[in-house]
Ligand binder design. Structure first.
Ligand code: GLN
Length: 199
């Protein structure tokens, strides 16, 4: 284990990585900003933040970061992906079509809510309160992707209307909204518990 042992990596190429680092710090979890593959040495979890997925994907190409992230995720590293981070992981990205890491068995449409919840804070329906550790959840949506299909191994923890907005697939936890912007969010609590348990 490298010098980043017991820390969580936060992809810091672009987007709201600082809000994630603050949210983790509030739970006693320290974050390391990830810009190069070496920054991932020894991390016990990884956050893929919101921002602009096209830009993030471009910045991950060429440095080896894309391959290293894929390898770690396939190896079972706990991941929290929010908004653009979820888009990066999805099996298929549409509206417009875009390459992705293909690690989360989901089909997503980008920017698909239009003005309906372009930038809004809404109450979500918690489908798995036992798993989430809470029965109430708010969602901060900012030009959010819409999950159109999920595979059989994907559990839906929360919905907005008919749409899955918080899903879990093995060690991946992915939200179309921004839990790092909701003080005391049970989503960040859940991720902090997950990384806390892994030695
Ligand atoms: N609309 C952005 C994208 O498609 C995601 C928005 C966000 O992360 N808040 O990448």
């Amino acid at each position: 284990m490298g010098s980043n042992g017991r820390r969580v990596g936060v992809l810091a190429l672009q987007g709201d990585f600082e809000a994630h680092a603050r949210a983790l710090a509030a739970r006693g979890v320290s974050a390391v900003e990830v810009r190069d593959p070496d920054d991932l040495d020894g991390v016990r979890g990884l956050v893929l933040p919101g921002g602009e997925s096209t830009t993030m994907l471009t910045l991950m190409e060429g440095s080896g970061l894309r391959e290293r992230v894929s390898e770690l995720v396939r190896g079972g590293l706990p991941v929290l992906a929010t908004c653009a981070g979820l888009i990066l992981l999805a099996r298929e990205v549409r509206h417009p079509a875009q390459a992705s890491l293909g690690l989360l068995d989901a089909v997503v449409d980008r920017n698909a809510y239009g003005r309906q919840i372009d930038s809004a804070v809404v109450a979500l329906e918690v489908c798995e309160p036992g798993e989430l550790g809470a029965d109430r959840l708010e969602g901060v949506f900012i030009r959010a992707p819409r999950v159109r299909e999920v595979g059989g191994d994907v559990r839906v923890l929360a919905r907005y209307g008919d749409d899955p907005v918080l899903v879990r697939q093995g060690s991946l936890l992915a939200a179309t909204f921004h839990p790092e912007l909701s003080p005391g969010s049970p989503v960040i609590d859940l991720f902090a518990r997950t990384v806390g348990r892994r030695e």
